[in-house]
Design a protein around this ligand. Structure first.
Ligand code: ADP
Length: 485
C-alpha cells in the first residue's frame, strides 16, 4: 500500500541477527496486516527455534565486550539512538499506525514516550552504583557491586509496539546486557525499525537481535531451555506470563513480568466532575482502550452517576472512528478479529446481565476491525467485564454508595496494576491511595505512565518494575565481595 511504500526502506523485514537482516533458516515468511483494512502491508521472516538460537549465539559472542564497554559509551549509543528515533518520528509513527491501528497523533505520542526510555536510561547507565562498608565486627570489609545479568529475552505485545520494547531494551543495554526481542506477531515492524535505529546509532552487532515469527512458543521455548540465557522480561497476558514463569523456573532465570490489569477508576461525590470526565476519557480511550492500564471498571458515586454517564456518553459517542492515518480520526480499529470478537462478547454478556447501553455497543461492518466507542451504565458486578480485561473502546460504569464499599469492590480482583480515583478531600487521597491494591495509583489524573517513574503491578499483574531509577535493577545482579581488613 502507498503509505507503507513511503517508509519501507526504514524497516528491515528479516530476522535481525549480528546487526543485519537475514532470511529465516526455513526461508518462511508471514504477513503483517493493516487492521484498518485487512490488507497485507508486507511479509516478514518467520523465525523458528533455530533462528532464535542463532540470535542467542550472537548475543553470547557480544555479551562480554558489551558488559566491559564503558558506561559512558553505552550511554552515548543510547542517547544517539534516541536522537535518531526522534528524527524519524513521522516515519515510525506512520509505521505504528499502519501495523497496529492507533491514530497518528497517538503514534507520535508513543514515539516520544517510547523514545524517552532510551534517553532516560542513557542517563542512568553512568549511575550504576555499589557500596562499601566495614563489617560491624571490624574484621572485614564489605564491597557490593552490580553486574549485568547477561543475555536477556524480551517478549513484547502489540498494543504499544515501540514503547513496550524500548522500555526493556533501554535499561538492559544501559546495564550492559545483550537483548533478543520477540515482538508480537501482529506488530513486528516497529521493533525491526528500531533495530535499524540502533545500528545507525553505532550499537555493536549482536547486542540487540529481533526474532519476529508467527509461532511465539517455537521461538521462545528453545531460548528459555538454553542455560546461556539469563533473563526473560515479558509484557502481555497473565496467562502467557504464567507459562513463561513455569519455563523460567527450570533454569532459575531472572524474570520481569508486566501482565494484565483490571484498573478501577473511582469518581467520588466530591470530585471535580469536568476533570474526572477528562481523566476518564484519557484512561479509557487512550490507545482505543487497548492498554493494560485502561480504566476497566468506572465506579461513580450514585449521587452523580446519571450526570457523569450522560456526559461521558456524549463525549465518547462523538468520537470519529476510522483508519488512524486519516485526518480527523479519534479512534482506530482494534488489532484483529479475535480481539474485536472478544470485546463484542463482553458487551453482549454485560447487556444480557442488565447493563444499559448509553452509546455504541456494536462492531462496525465493512473492512477492518472497528468497534463503536461504547458506554455501558449500571453494569451489574456479576458481568464478566467486571473481572476480565475489556481491551477495547468500552466504558463500563458501576454505581456505588460508600468509600468502604467501593474500595472493597476495586480490590476484589486478582489483578493489581493501575488504579485511579478523583476526590478533593486530602484525607481521602491518603486513605484510598494506601488502601488500593495496585502497583500504580493515579490521583485526579487519568494518565500515569512516566519513564521516570517505576511502572509495574502487584498480585497477578506482575513482578518487577520498568522505568524510573528502579528499572535498571531488573538487569543487574548484586555481587558481594568479602575482604579482610
Ligand atoms: P495479548 O493477549 O495481548 O495478545 P499475549 O500474552 O498473547 O498477549 O502476547 C504477548 C506476547 O507474548 C506476544 O509477543 C506473543 O507472541 C507472545 N506469546 C504468546 N503466547 C506465547 C507462548 N506460549 N510463549 C511465548 N510467548 C508467547
Amino acid at each position: 500500500m502507498l503509505e507503507y511504500d513511503r517508509i519501507s526502506e526504514l524497516v528491515p523485514t528479516g530476522v535481525w541477527i549480528d546487526g543485519a537482516a537475514a532470511a529465516a533458516a526455513s526461508e518462511a515468511t508471514f504477513p503483517v496486516r493493516n487492521p484498518a483494512t485487512g490488507e497485507v502491508l508486507t511479509e516478514v521472516a518467520d523465525a523458528s527455534g533455530a533462528d532464535a538460537l542463532r540470535a542467542l549465539d550472537s548475543a553470547c559472542r557480544a555479551q562480554t565486550a558489551w558488559a566491559a564497554t564503558a558506561p559512558r559509551e553505552r550511554a552515548v549509543i543510547l542517547r544517539r539512538a534516541w536522537e535518531i528515533l526522534m528524527e524519524r518520528t513521522e516515519e515510525i509513527a506512520l509505521l505504528m499506525t499502519l501495523e497496529m491501528g492507533k491514530t497518528l497523533a497517538e503514534a507520535r505520542g508513543e514515539v516520544a514516550y517510547g523514545g524517552e526510555f532510551l534517553r532516560w536510561f542513557s542517563e542512568e547507565a553512568v549511575r550504576i552504583g555499589g557500596r562499601y562498608t566495614d563489617s560491624p565486627a571490624g574484621t572485614g570489609r564489605i564491597l557490593v557491586t552490580r553486574q549485568p545479568v547477561g543475555p536477556c529475552l524480551a517478549i513484547t505485545p502489540w498494543n504499544f509496539p515501540l514503547a513496550m520494547g524500548s522500555r526493556k531494551i533501554g535499561p538492559a543495554l544501559a546495564a550492559g546486557c545483550t537483548v533478543i526481542v520477540k515482538p508480537a506477531e501482529d506488530t513486528p515492524l516497529t521493533m525491526l525499525a528500531l533495530a535499524r535505529v540502533f545500528a545507525d546509532a553505532g550499537l555493536p552487532a549482536g547486542v540487540l537481535s529481533i526474532v519476529p515469527g508467527s509461532d511465539a512458543a517455537a521461538i521462545t521455548a528453545p531460548l528459555l531451555a538454553d542455560p546461556r540465557l539469563r533473563k526473560v522480561t515479558f509484557t502481555g497476558s497473565t496467562r502467557v506470563g504464567k507459562l513463561l514463569l513455569r519455563q523460567a523456573a527450570d533454569n532459575v532465570l531472572r524474570t520481569s513480568m508486566e501482565l494484565g490489569g483490571n484498573a478501577p477508576f473511582i469518581v467520588f461525590e466530591d470530585a471535580d466532575l469536568d476533570a474526572a470526565l477528562a481523566g476518564a476519557m484519557a484512561a479509557k480511550m487512550r490507545n482505543g482502550g487497548e492498554a493494560c492500564t485502561a480504566a476497566n471498571r468506572i465506579y461513580v458515586h450514585n449521587s452523580i452517576r446519571e450526570q457523569f454517564a450522560s456526559r461521558l456518553a456524549e463525549q465518547i459517542g462523538a468520537l470519529r472512528v476510522g483508519p488512524g492515518y486519516e485526518p480527523g480520526v479519534d479512534t482506530g480499529p482494534l488489532i484483529n478479529q479475535r480481539q474485536r470478537d472478544s470485546v463484542a462478547a463482553l458487551v453482549q454478556d454485560a447487556v444480557a446481565a442488565g447493563a444499559v447501553i448509553r452509546t455504541g455497543g456494536k462492531a462496525i461492518d465493512g473492512p477492518g476491525w472497528f468497534f463503536q466507542p461504547t458506554v455501558l451504565d449500571d453494569v451489574p458486578r456479576t458481568a464478566r467485564m467486571h473481572r476480565e480485561e475489556i481491551f477495547g473502546p468500552v466504558a463500563a460504569i458501576y454505581g456505588f454508595d460508600t468509600e468502604d464499599e467501593v474500595v472493597a469492590a476495586a480490590n476484589d480482583t486478582e489483578y493489581g496494576l493501575a488504579a485511579y480515583f478523583y476526590t478533593r478531600d486530602l484525607d481521602r487521597v491518603l486513605r484510598v491511595s494506601n488502601a488500593l491494591q495496585a502497583g500504580m495509583v493515579g490521583v485526579n489524573r487519568g494518565v500515569i505512565s512516566d519513564p521516570a517513574a517505576p511502572f509495574g503491578g502487584i498480585k497477578q499483574s506482575g513482578l518487577g518494575t520498568e522505568g524510573g531509577s528502579e528499572g535498571i535493577d531488573e538487569y543487574l545482579d548484586t555481587k558481594y565481595v568479602a575482604l579482610t581488613r
